[in-house]
Design a binder for this molecule. Sequence first.
Ligand SMILES: [Cu+2]
Length: 159
Amino acid sequence: MIRSSFAAVAIALAFGSAPVFAHGTENHAGGWAFGRPGAAKDVMRSVRIEAEEYNFSPAEITVRVGETIKFVVVNHGKLKHELTIGDAAEQQAHHQSMAEMSDMKHDEGSHEMPANSVHVAPGETRELIWTFSEAGALIIACNYPGHSELGMTGSLEVK
Ligand SMILES: [Cu+2]
């Protein structure tokens, strides 16, 4: 618990965001400040993201305000990975919630993944559709414990 808190703070610091101790946008019923889950019929383009231990490629993505993007996440690694879209506070909140769960719970799928995340098993390809409503500097991250610290993060700029 202490370790994961430090890790989350490290992520927030690494991305130069403030405030470090802000609570994430956990009130998902009220939506996300940076956008919303998109519909397949609204997809304007796809962005393919390759995941492996421990990086995303590309790690720098730029989208435009108003765009609905289909992220196609391919896991070439030997471990499960996930991709979460969010601001620093959102990433910190999800990082902590995943750190508090056992692997067994991940496997059972008992953890309800928020709509801004997608889990991808080794060899699988999964999609995440998102509509970006506001300009800003977002982050993509894999929040499996330890992964973002080892490099599974990237920048997602909304222009
Ligand atoms: Cu990962």
